[in-house]
Design a protein around this ligand. Sequence first.
Ligand SMILES: Nc1ncnc2c1ncn2[C@@H]1O[C@H](COP(=O)(O)OP(=O)(O)OP(=O)(O)O)[C@@H](O)[C@H]1O
Length: 205
Amino acid sequence: MPRSLPNIVVTGTPGVGKTSHCEEIARATGLEHVAINRIVREHECHEGWDDEMQSWIVDEDKLLDALEPLADRGGILLDWHACDLFPKRWVDLVVVLRCDSSVLYDRMAARGYAEAKLQENLDAEIMEVLLEEAREAYDEEIVVELRSDKVDDLDENVERVVAWTEAWKKDQARRANDEGLESEESEDSNAMEDHGVNGTADTNG
Ligand SMILES: Nc1ncnc2c1ncn2[C@@H]1O[C@H](COP(=O)(O)OP(=O)(O)OP(=O)(O)O)[C@@H](O)[C@H]1O
């Protein structure tokens, strides 16, 4: 069953602005912000807490099971610092947020991140780990890289995603309409055949 609302993955290194973006996009589009950390906690899709990295050790199978009904329904913003576990069929757009490393350092330091986590995240941002992961997992044309260094970037990015969402919805509605017309046409032609209008079978009988 085709979805009438898109699913969007918003990904990037911790601190790049995924939550801020998802909250604004959700407000502007009505899509549902699905913070994976919350789902992991609420549905217990984990094998415990990693103290050093200050994050859950995620059980991906359980997580995907918990997300599947939402993804099938459509209209969700998946907010997480990884993306390649989400099946391709769920995903219509992947937004990879990028941030200047000194800006990111300041954001993480302000949050009091442990040194190990801070360093690993900075390295990941510099090495473009998330961008690479997204490009390997999904078709090139659905992966967009957006800067998130300043508030103006955030506003601009939200506007772009809102415009994309509107265009996607229109396109999907047009397709559904075209398919509906096609199936009506084929029903009509079957009906005509059934009644011998189009065929030759009945003409002699
Ligand atoms: N484009 C931006 N310009 C200025 N500040 C920003 C921008 N994006 C995010 N911030 C700020 O950076 C901090 C981290 O943002 P946010 O929580 O949205 O990041 P995140 O990627 O969701 O992090 P995490 O993965 O740890 O949840 C917040 O204080 C937020 O206000």
